[in-house]
Design a protein around this ligand. Structure first.
Ligand code: C5P
Length: 397
């Protein structure tokens, strides 16, 4: 649910700070990497040792490490984070956030972070109800901060009322839904072409040449792009798959038809993801009638099809182009050569020798290769691979 996400967890000085430990475990359990920043006062409620052990990262409190002078950069922490979650958030921290006070690492990081911030207020009911706190919360809301609802209940003071910190499970749900909603909008206004599935090259009216591609990977990518708000044109060979929600589908059969449809869609596109298993050769001519069998062997003359990815690569200018390479060996060299030849921004290499990767299955094990780097991902579902691919596309937009 939060696989690969970076969550910066800010902890301030409230009695609810003990719940930050549970929250940290839940976030990590959902797949997130967690780094913790605490205020000085928070340390009196929960120890940095606890939070460091649970988050698997040293806890940051000061602007620099007094022992060795190492700088804790609030800028790089803000850049690292996909989400800044401040839980619990005291009235004091909320007031400072609302007015731009930056007198500790937690607050300077808030001011420099570009990611979404979520706060879970925690305080006594009268502090929570105070017009100043309510005004500050409204200000933060207007600034785009997401606020976890503080439920009514028994408070540490013994009073009953609103102001308790939301339960860690509810905060986790809020982090997931906030990050999903963010994703949804991230490609609004962009148009992508996706090619998917196998082409079919006719030999005669009943026979054809094709391959084992099912289109699953391309459909997952098209769906993921649409989920993030992009307009998607999916040029697809024949498959059994349902069209993903929000995707415009263009059905084709042959490599030549895919070429025509892809070139047309690319005219208005900001990028293209070439997932299709396109035939490299097609019969030189298609027999008008079913070819009769005879006792002799027969040969079919095949001619080269056009390389769609390379054609788009030659006209891409500053648009994004992603290709796939399916190799029966490790194939890095051959993928790098395709990257260059087709003028791709990056290529997704999957090897047929990897268990769980390739045609028909719901999982894939891929390596991203661009001109500077190579990143191998573990075996994951095609839906998760699609998310990773679209994350990388997003970083290029
Ligand atoms: O050259 P090769 O077929 O191995 O390259 C694979 C990549 O090129 C894939 O992204 C595939 O969709 C794309 N391709 C294409 N048109 C072709 C052949 C491959 O778009 N005719």
């Amino acid at each position: 649910m939060l696989q690969g996400k970076h969550i910066l967890l800010g902890v301030t000085g409230s009695i609810a700070a003990y719940k930050a430990a549970v929250l940290c475990r839940l976030l990590r359990g959902a797949g997130a990497e967690v780094k913790v920043i605490m205020t000085d006062t928070a340390k009196q409620f929960i120890t940095p040792l606890t939070m460091a052990t649970l988050s698997k990262h040293p806890v940051l409190v000061e602007f620099f490490n007094p022992e060795n002078g190492e700088w804790n950069s609030h800028i790089s922490l803000g850049e690292w984070a996909d989400c800044y979650l401040i839980a619990p958030a005291t009235a004091n921290t909320i007031a400072k956030m609302a007015t731009g006070v930056a007198d500790n690492l937690l607050l300077t990081t808030y001011l420099s972070a570009r990611c979404k911030t979520i706060i879970a207020p925690a305080m006594d009911c009268d502090m929570f109800a105070h017009v100043t706190t309510q005004t500050n919360l409204k200000t933060l809301l207007a600034h785009g901060v997401v606020i976890a609802d503080s439920p009514a209940g028994e408070l540490a003071s013994g009073l009953m009322g609103k102001g308790r910190m939301a339960e860690p499970e509810q905060i986790l749900e809020l982090v997931i839904s906030t990050l999903n909603a963010e994703k949804k909008k991230s490609l609004q206004g962009k148009h992508f072409l996706v090619t998917a599935g196998a082409t079919i090259e006719a030999i005669d009216p009943v026979r054809y040449i094709t391959n084992h591609s099912t289109g699953k990977m391309g459909y997952a990518i098209a769906g993921q792009l649409a989920k993030r708000g992009a307009k998607v044109t999916l040029v697809t060979g024949r498959t059994n798959l349902d069209t993903p929600k929000g995707v415009d589908r263009v059905d084709i059969l042959s490599a030549e038809q895919m070429y025509q449809a892809a070139v047309e869609a690319f005219k208005s596109a900001d990028g293209a993801i070439m997932c299709a298993a396109v035939a490299d050769y097609t019969p030189a001519s298609v027999a008008e009638h079913k070819i009769k069998k005879s006792d002799d062997d027969m040969a079919i003359k095949l001619v080269r099809t056009r390389d769609i990815a390379a054609a788009l690569g030659s006209q891409k200018e500053n648009r994004i182009l992603v290709g796939f390479a399916l190799e029966s060996d490790s194939g890095v060299e051959s993928a790098v050569s395709k990257l260059q030849r087709k003028n791709l921004d990056f290529i997704v290499l999957n090897s047929l020798t990897d268990k769980g990767a390739g045609f028909g299955v719901d999982t894939n094990k891929v390596t991203f290769i661009d001109k500077n780097s190579k990143e191998s991902l573990p075996l994951m579902s095609k839906a998760e691979v699609a998310e990773k691919i679209v994350d990388k596309i997003e970083s290029l937009c």
